[in-house]
Design a protein around this ligand. Structure first.
Ligand code: DGY
Length: 323
């Protein structure tokens, strides 16, 4: 019976499903393992089912020549050294598609919360600071309706975010490596522009690019300086795509109005300066966090690793050049 390592806690039904076909090694107390620990726990395992912050590098692969597949329970896979896996014939798979709408919803939750200062107002009410019934100047925010939304990275999630803007009568600009098909542009009511135009014209800038060396600090001091002082930045993609130190400065000096962030460089140790800033809304990497979506992500990851262990092509192979 093949052995499968599940690197973090998942759902009982996922373990039950895996257990019907495989011997399952779990991480009952859900401690994030170091690459060294992962390498050790992988002994004798043909497959790993992993989450986004479990690092699979060359050292892990070198110590586990029996490993056939790393099945990430995520659309992103920057936790895995894909080139090293490919060299060793290890399949890498992900879970695209099933979390698009859920992540788009959270992106909008952050955008709206930052625009209308929801977290700040909530904290104020809880502190007992609400002494006068109505204040003309209380918590004035930014209008979302009829504003301009700029999306950097117009894949499936970017497009799901854009489609939601239709209900707010927004102008939607996007920047992407390739132009969308005309039918998709129409469906999203979105116009392709260069990045500088997007930064200069948008009231809300949403970053939806995957992390790679090419997108490291895609939004840094220079890009923030091009945004309107009234603009709001939202990042639900990956930490490191935005330069956190530069964003802290821009928010502190009110060079932009606010931000909504679900991902950070060095998670979970985020830049402590964010905690003192009232104009940023912070969530702990929960873009895909609804039960239904997370269960479906686990099912997709199980289908991927099962296919590999059965000698079939997995539905969501990342390293298509693997032999
Ligand atoms: C992903 O899928 O890449 C998310 O970041 C984890 O839900």
């Amino acid at each position: 019976m093949s052995k499968v390592l599940v690197t973090r806690a998942v759902f009982p039904e996922s373990i039950e499903s895996l257990g019907k076909r495989f011997e399952v090694v779990t991480n009952p107390d859900d401690t994030p393992w170091s690459p060294d620990q992962i390498a050790e726990k992988l002994a004798g395992c043909s497959a790993a089912m992993s989450t986004v912050l479990c690092k699979f590098d060359e050292s892990v692969f070198a110590r586990n020549p029996q490993l056939k597949v790393v099945s990430n329970i995520a659309v992103g896979y920057n936790n895995i050294d894909v080139a090293a896996a490919t060299k060793r014939g290890i399949r890498v798979t992900n879970t695209p598609g099933v979390l698009d709408d859920t992540t788009a919803d959270l992106t909008w939750a952050l955008l709206m919360a930052a625009a209308r200062r929801i977290a700040e107002a909530d904290a104020w009410v809880r502190r007992g600071d609400w002494k006068v019934a109505f204040g003309m100047h209380s918590f004035l925010g930014n209008d979302v309706h009829h504003a301009t939304l700029g999306i950097i990275g117009m894949g499936r999630i970017g497009q799901a975010i854009a489609r939601r803007a239709l209900g707010f009568d927004m102008t939607v600009l996007y920047n992407n490596r390739t132009r969308l098909a005309e039918s998709d542009e129409k469906r999203c009511n979105a116009t392709l522009v260069d990045r500088d135009t997007l930064l200069a014209k948008s009231d809300f800038v949403v970053v939806m690019a995957p992390y790679s060396p090419a997108t490291h600090h895609l939004i840094g001091a220079a890009e923030l300086a091009k945004m309107k002082p009234t603009a709001i930045l939202v990042n639900t993609a990956r930490g490191g795509v935005v330069d956190d130190a530069a964003l802290v400065e821009a928010l502190r000096e009110r060079r932009i109005a606010g931000a909504g962030l679900d991902v950070f460089e060095g998670e979970p140790k985020l830049n402590a300066a964010y905690l003192a800033l009232p104009n940023v809304v912070l969530t702990p990497h929960i873009g895909s966090a609804t039960r239904a979506t997370r269960v479906t992500m686990c099912e997709t990851a199980i289908a991927n690793l099962t296919a590999v262990l059965d000698g079939r092509a997995p539905p969501n192979l990342v390293n298509k050049d693997v032999i």
